[in-house]
Design a protein around this ligand. Structure first.
Ligand code: ZN
Length: 414
C-alpha cells in the first residue's frame, strides 16, 4: 500500500496492481460500514427521526443536517441516513460483513432489495445462508442466491407473495420518440419465459440465408405477426424447470429453478409441471446435471443440451452470458481431450477466444476441468479461480460447497 500512497505505480508488477485493486475495494466496503455506523449514531441523537420519540421538526430535519454537512441534496442526505438505519436495524449481519470487507455496498443493496417484504426472522435466516463466501461471487450470482434463499426460508410466504404479485399483471404501451412505442407485459415468470422462447424459436425459423434483419428485429416482427394472426408454424414453447422428484410429488417445498428466470416456489413449479410437456434431467448426488459422453468432435445435440443445462451460463469467472448463446468448448483440445461431459463447458464467444489465446501463449489464461464440472482458471498473473456448474441444491450439496478462494484476512482498514 505504501507504493500506492506514494504514487510509485510504475514500480508495481501486474499482480501487485490487481492486489491493490482488491485491497482498495475491501477498504471501501469497510469505510461504507463505518460511515453507516456513524450515521446511525447521529440518528440515535434525533430519536424522533427513528420514530422512537414523538415527532419534532428538529429531529425530522436529521437528513437535512447530513445533507448540508456533506453537500448533498436534502433528499439524498435523508436517503443516506435511512440506508444506514436499515443496515443497522434490519441487516446487521450484512453490515458486519461490510465491515470485514467481504460485502460491498452494491451487494448489500441487493440483499436489501430482495428481502424487502420479509419478516426480521426470515431476513436473519437469508443473511445466514448467503453471507458465507459472498466475497467470491459476483453481484448477479449473489442476487440469484438471495432469491433462492428467500424462497427457501419461508416457502408459504413466498407463495403468498407470488399470488399477490400475479394480480399486478398487465400490458402497457408507452410512447417513445421517432414513431416508436414500447409494448411491455408484466406476467407470471413462466409465461414470460415461455413467450420469449416461442418468439425466439419463430424468429430463428423465419431467418433465411438472405436475411438482413437482426434477431432483435426478427423477434419484434414475429411478435406482431403472432398477434395479427400471421404467425408461422405452430408448436409449444419449451419451459425448462429443474426440481427434485420429492418436490414434484409434493413431499417437500424446496424451491425449483425456472431456466431463464431463476428460483420459483415449489407450488409454482408444480403448477408449471402440471400444465406443460416436460422432460426430466438426471443429476448426480451433488446436484450437477449429468449424462453420457460421446467420442465425436461436434457434441451431439443431446450432449450439447446437457452441457447447456448443466452450466446455464458461460463458465469464465463471473461471466453471466446465458449458455444458450455460448459455445460448447472442449476444455482439453480435441482430439487429445474427448467429446464428453467431463471435458466440455459453455464459454461465450469472448471467453472462448481468451481461452484459445491462452492455449497458444504462455502468459494467457489456462483452464483445467475437475470432477463435478468444476473449472479451475489460472489468470495471466497466476491468480486462480474455480467456477462451478450452477448447482441445483440437494441434501448433499453442502458436501461440495464452493471452496472460497483465499482472501486477504488482514484486519481493517487493510
Ligand atoms: Zn463469458
Amino acid at each position: 500500500m505504501d507504493a500506492i500512497a506514494g504514487h510509485e505505480l510504475g514500480s508495481l508488477d501486474d499482480e501487485d496492481l490487481l492486489s491493490a485493486c482488491v485491497a482498495i475495494e475491501k477498504s471501501r466496503s469497510w469505510q461504507d460500514a463505518v460511515q453507516a455506523k456513524v450515521l446511525g449514531e447521529f440518528a440515535s441523537r434525533r430519536p424522533g427521526y427513528l420514530g422512537e420519540a414523538p415527532a419534532s421538526l428538529f429531529d425530522e430535519g436529521a437528513g437535512d443536517e447530513v445533507a448540508a454537512a456533506m453537500c448533498l441534496a436534502p433528499r439524498t442526505g435523508a436517503a443516506r441516513l435511512d440506508w444506514a438505519i436499515e443496515l443497522i436495524q434490519r441487516l446487521p449481519k450484512t453490515l458486519a460483513a461490510m465491515e470485514s470487507g467481504s460485502v460491498t455496498s452494491s451487494k448489500a443493496r441487493i440483499i436489501s432489495e430482495e428481502t424487502l417484504n420479509l419478516s426480521p426472522e426470515a431476513v436473519a435466516a437469508v443473511e445466514a445462508q448467503v453471507l458465507d463466501g459472498v466475497a467470491d461471487i459476483t453481484p448477479g450470482q449473489l442476487r440469484r442466491q438471495v432469491k433462492r434463499a428467500v424462497v427457501a426460508v419461508d416457502a408459504e410466504a413466498a407463495q403468498r407473495r407470488t399470488e399477490e404479485a400475479k394480480k399486478e399483471r398487465k400490458v402497457v404501451v408507452s410512447h417513445r420518440p421517432d414513431g416508436m412505442a414500447e409494448f411491455t407485459a408484466l406476467l407470471p415468470a413462466q409465461h414470460a419465459v415461455a413467450l420469449y422462447a416461442r418468439l425466439d424459436d419463430l424468429a430463428r425459423r423465419a431467418r433465411s440465408t438472405a436475411e438482413t434483419r437482426s434477431m432483435d428485429q426478427l423477434r419484434a416482427d414475429v411478435l406482431a405477426d403472432v398477434i395479427y394472426g400471421n404467425a408461422g408454424p405452430t408448436g409449444r414453447a419449451l419451459v425448462q424447470l429443474i426440481m427434485t422428484d420429492a418436490t414434484l410429488i409434493g413431499k417437500n417445498d424446496d424451491p425449483a429453478d425456472l431456466i431463464g428466470y431463476g428460483p420459483v416456489t415449489a407450488t409454482t413449479a408444480r403448477n408449471i409441471a402440471a400444465e406443460s410437456v416436460w422432460q426430466s434431467l438426471r443429476t448426480d448426488d451433488t446436484g450437477v446435471v449429468t449424462g453420457v459422453g460421446r467420442n465425436r468432435y461436434r457434441p451431439s445435440a443431446a450432449l450439447a443440451d446437457l452441457i447447456r443445462a448443466r452450466d446455464r451460463t458461460c463458465r469464465f469467472p463471473g461471466c453471466a452470458q446465458p449458455a444458450a448463446r455460448a459455445d460448447i468448448d472442449h476444455t482439453i483440445h480435441f482430439p487429445d481431450g474427448k467429446t464428453e461431459e467431463a471435458n466440455l463447458g459453455c464459454l461465450c464467444r469472448r471467453h472462448h477466444q481468451i481461452k484459445t489465446i491462452g492455449e497458444n501463449h504462455n502468459a494467457g489464461w489456462k483452464v483445467e476441468q475437475h470432477d463435478h464440472g468444476e473449472l479451475k482458471w489460472t489468470s495471466p498473473t497466476g491468480r486462480t479461480y474455480i467456477t462451478y456448474p450452477r448447482r441445483f441444491p440437494t441434501k448433499n450439496t453442502t458436501n461440495v460447497a464452493p471452496k472460497p478462494t483465499p482472501i486477504n484476512n488482514d484486519p481493517p482498514p487493510f
